[in-house]
Design a binder for this molecule. Structure first.
Ligand code: ADP
Ligand code: GN1
Ligand code: MG
Length: 366
């Protein structure tokens, strides 16, 4: 399929006559990501062009200001540590007019990033070592932002990981039931209702000030880390739209959620969806390698359960979107969000059954 992007958009980031080809990157569920290859007198190069989903991110301007501040801060930190700021953090490419992003007359928002060469992301891990490296990258991201004033960042999606509010949103969807889908998913709704008392512990502890507020990534999916082709290290954390105040438990929990299943996120054969404890161990080892000295004892104590909570939360989010008519997550087939929800509820059940194993593993690396 030939992809075309209007010249007036491309032109803001590269002269249109230098564009060799455009590839669509299919990894994400939210934004539209394209890799543009160009040829100029200086040679061939690539850059990333992204259309920000402004239905999901309602205030792109403050979002972009978060990203600018965080990447500038990271660049300094990386240089102090003797690292390579061109590869270890994202770099925004300003528009020809010197802006951080482009707004089109139809109300779309576009931004450019330097392409990080010699690295790529993967949908699913093949070996525990890859997860160890990716977990280290997310842990390093958290550690490097330890002294960034979290309260100065905007909340790009309010209450993003507020699990009880995610439950309420599910109940509202069931109540409204615009496509008459709720009766087909009664079993899943009942699963969520049966655990309503177990959903608030992180939100409540944050409110009471028992957990430190940190700058967190909040979307720590395995494919949001670029893995170096040669060294295998997690070289750069990408997808910074949800970087905002949060807790380390969101980032650890979400990574466990996206990376420990033996099946795909949308696997229909639930017999294939089990918890891979070797993968979990690699994640705990990598994350704690970077964050052990920074985390409080309560954060460490709750790490094992955070995986369950964020998995359960995502299961409810997929189910909510299915009932609402697939308005949030991009789908590629009918009932896609329902398949994702079933797979996530199964993974969460596996985590419930293996809590003791997970706690034993985390304790080994604390
Ligand atoms: P989404 O919000 O849709 O998930 P991402 O920002 O995660 O979008 O981008 C989608 C994919 O594009 C990433 O998983 C990664 O593989 C790739 N990617 C993003 N930014 C870069 C970059 N600067 N260099 C190389 N690859 C990138
Ligand atoms: C979305 O954008 P992407 O694909 O990296 C979602 C995450 C979910 C994830 C599930 C902003 O992430 O919260 O965990 O899908 N991002 C947003 O695959 O909602
Ligand atoms: Mg992504």
């Amino acid at each position: 399929m030939t992809i075309s992007i209007p010249d007036d958009i491309l032109h803001q980031f590269a002269p249109a006559d230098q564009v060799l080809d455009i590839r669509l990157c299919k990894f994400g569920h939210i934004n539209g990501t394209y890799v543009i290859r160009t040829r100029s007198p200086e040679g061939e190069r690539q850059f990333v062009l992204q259309r920000i989903n402004h239905h999901v991110f309602r205030d792109p301007e403050t979002l972009m200001s978060n990203i600018m501040r965080v990447t500038t801060f990271l660049r300094q930190k990386i240089m102090q540590e003797g690292g390579d700021p061109e590869r270890e953090t994202l770099t925004l490419i300003p528009t020809r007019e010197g802006r951080l992003y482009l707004t089109t007359p139809d109300g779309d928002y576009w931004r450019g990033y330097r392409f990080i060469e010699g690295a790529r992301s993967y949908m699913q891990a093949e070996r525990p070592e890859q997860l160890y490296q990716a977990a280290r990258a997310f842990g390093r991201f958290l550690r490097r932002l330890d002294d960034f004033p979290a309260e100065e960042l905007h909340e790009t999606i309010p209450d993003f990981h507020h699990t009880p509010k995610r439950f309420q949103a599910l109940m509202q969807a069931v109540e409204a039931d615009p496509l008459n889908r709720a009766h087909e998913v009664r079993d899943l709704i009942a699963l969520a209702q049966a655990r309503v008392d177990k959903l608030g512990w992180i939100a409540d502890a944050l409110k009471r000030g028992e957990l430190p507020q940190r700058v967190t990534h909040n979307d720590t999916k395995f494919n949001n880390v670029l893995i170096d082709d040669v060294t295998g290290e997690g070289v750069c954390v990408v997808d910074l739209d949800t970087v905002m105040p949060g807790t380390s438990l969101y980032d650890f929990g979400d990574f466990v959620n996206t990376a420990t299943s033996t099946g795909a996120e949308d696997e229909r054969d639930l017999a294939r969806v089990n918890l891979n404890l070797d993968f979990f161990e690699a994640i705990a080892r990598g994350f704690l390698h970077e964050t052990r000295d920074a985390l409080t004892s309560l954060e460490k104590e709750w790490l094992p359960l955070s995986g369950w909570l964020i998995t359960f939360e995502l299961a409810m989010r997929f189910l909510t979107d299915h009932i609402n008519g697939d308005r949030y997550f991009r789908i590629h087939r009918p009932n896609h969000n329902l398949d994702r929800a079933r797979s996530k509820f199964k993974l969460a059940a596996e985590m419930e059954a293996h809590q003791d194993d997970m706690a034993r593993i985390v304790a080994r690396y604390c």
